[in-house]
Design a protein around this ligand. Structure first.
Ligand code: HEM
Length: 452
């Protein structure tokens, strides 16, 4: 516990700073490497309340498990709080990354990104590619597959298509292989500089940047000749901002990073949870078979089909709630902040935990079990879902891919359940550090339904 006098002077949220230097980092990592990390938060919430102080990853950090405080933190991004990543992550992202941008440039680029992943763009342009590329990938499935690997390939190919109109091929696959190395670098905490994985990631980042730079230069030359393409890169070249090649490359890297771990994980975990909940899987199948029955086997899904998948949307919500791919966000206080009777000192880190709220029985009945039906007749939550259900964050940094991720997952589930049956190839555990993932990439044995 803090010394009482210091606590009184600053009215810091109560808590423990743990051991010198490491603080409570080791306890946090140990908890999140198991299938049930909740005790780390539960114990502290029980002892100190939903806003408490801890010391993780080298800094004292105010931890919020309180929905109102989380909302306050998200909404005041850029005013009272700003996003904050360690230097090792900034180097991998590139200095012009959307995730690191601040102020008016961030605002402009965030809305440009939103405008390339909103419902009407998905409906009119992206859905056809999502349908085609999901099926193309599934065509090669046979016997034992690692679902997480396949989902990653699908998502990467979709993102490359959306950003720069490339169809999958050798180029995208070799780019993806380098990408995997870059991504590994993000999770070499807490001492990246000493890690070979991190050094390899930096090298891979350079290769990725070189490959993308070549494409940007080719496309710029095309643009100057008057040729236009309707993709994200086209929008960046056509904008009034006169972005340099380096700025555009950093921007593309950020979008590839943001979608690469998140969407495939949600695809894999939806399948895992459904496999473990046969009644939900049966209801989902029924919904998709009804849609398929009205179409020929090869006919692509339309927007109206996507809009007639109510139970699928329950499964999507529930998977997002239980899995918590992004368990919360770190921010830094830009000034002394007074909230709920406490002071968060200027310069301190805060962590708005979405996971703590999503798994709180006060906000979701029987919060720790997977129950897609909870979303059927009401909003799923005990109170206003706007505050308590935030898998995509909120405020100025709300995930621009929130609708895209939902559509990708829905189309993926449609083709999976109408074309395949499967069983887990072996037991696989869910862990939450360094990211939410299954330990063995979820190996399953698939069988084509029409050939069974
Ligand atoms: C299930 C899938 C996904 C989840 C759970 C998710 C979650 C999130 C969350 C919580 C944030 C907020 C981070 C913060 O406030 O600091 C975020 C930001 C972001 N997401 Fe997603 N995301 C997903 C998929 C995607 C996809 C497919 C894209 C691609 C378009 C994407 C692009 C981004 C970008 C560019 C940001 C940064 C926004 C900014 O800082 O202004 N995400 N995502």
């Amino acid at each position: 516990m803090f010394r009482a006098s210091r606590c009184r002077r600053l009215r810091l949220p109560p808590g423990s700073l743990g051991l010198p230097f490491v603080g409570e980092t080791l306890q946090l990592i140990a908890a999140y490497k198991t299938e049930n990390p909740e005790p780390f938060i539960d114990e502290r919430v029980n002892r100190y309340g939903p806003i408490f102080t801890t010391h993780v990853f080298g800094e004292p950090t105010v931890f919020s498990a309180d929905p109102e405080t989380n909302r306050f933190i998200l909404q005041n991004e850029g005013k009272l709080f700003e996003c904050s990543y360690p230097g090792s992550i900034s180097n991998l992202l590139g200095k012009h990354s959307l995730l690191l941008m601040k102020g008016s440039l961030h605002k402009r680029m965030h809305s440009l990104t939103m405008s390339f992943a909103n419902s009407s763009i998905i409906r009119d342009h992206l859905l056809v590619d999502i349908d085609r590329l999901v099926l193309l990938n599934m065509d090669s499935w046979t016997g034992r597959i690692f679902l997480m690997e396949e989902a990653k390939k699908i998502t990467f190919e979709l993102t490359v298509k959306q950003l720069m109109s490339f169809d999958p091929g050798e180029w995208s696959e070799s780019l993806r292989k380098e990408y995997v190395l870059v991504i590994e670098g993000f999770f070499t905490v807490p001492l990246p500089i000493f890690s070979t994985t991190y050094r390899r990631a930096i090298k891979a980042r350079t290769k990725v940047a070189e490959a993308l730079d070549l494409i940007v230069r080719q496309r710029r030359a095309e643009y100057e000749r008057g040729e236009r393409r309707n993709d994200m890169l086209g929008a960046l070249l056509a904008g009034d901002d006169n972005f340099s090649d380096e700025e555009i490359v950093d921007f593309l890297v950020a979008l590839l990073v943001a979608g690469y771990e998140t969407t495939p994980t949600i695809m894999t975990l939806a399948v895992k949870f459904l496999t473990e909940t046969p009644l939900a899987l049966a209801q989902l199948k029924e919904e998709h078979e009804e849609i398929r029955a009205k179409k020929s086997e090869t006919e692509a899904l339309q927007w109206s089909d996507y809009k007639s998948m109510p139970f699928t949307q329950c499964v999507v919500n529930e998977t997002l709630r239980v899995a918590n791919i992004i368990s919360g966000v770190f921010r830094r206080a830009m000034t002394d902040i007074h909230i709920k009777g406490y002071t968060i000192p200027k310069g301190w880190k805060v962590f708005a935990s979405f996971r703590a709220v999503h798994l709180d029985h006060e906000h979701f009945k029987d919060a720790r079990s997977f129950n897609p039906w909870r979303w059927q007749n009401n909003s799923g939550a005990n109170s206003s879902p706007g505050n308590v259900f935030t898998p995509f964050g909120g405020g100025p940094r709300l995930c621009p891919g929130y609708e895209l991720a939902r559509v990708e997952l829905s189309v993926f589930l449609h083709h999976l359940v109408t074309r395949f049956s499967w069983v887990p190839a072996e037991e696989d555990k869910l862990v939450f550090f360094p990211t939410t993932r299954t330990q063995k990439r979820y190996p399953i044995i698939v069988q084509r339904r029409n050939s069974s």
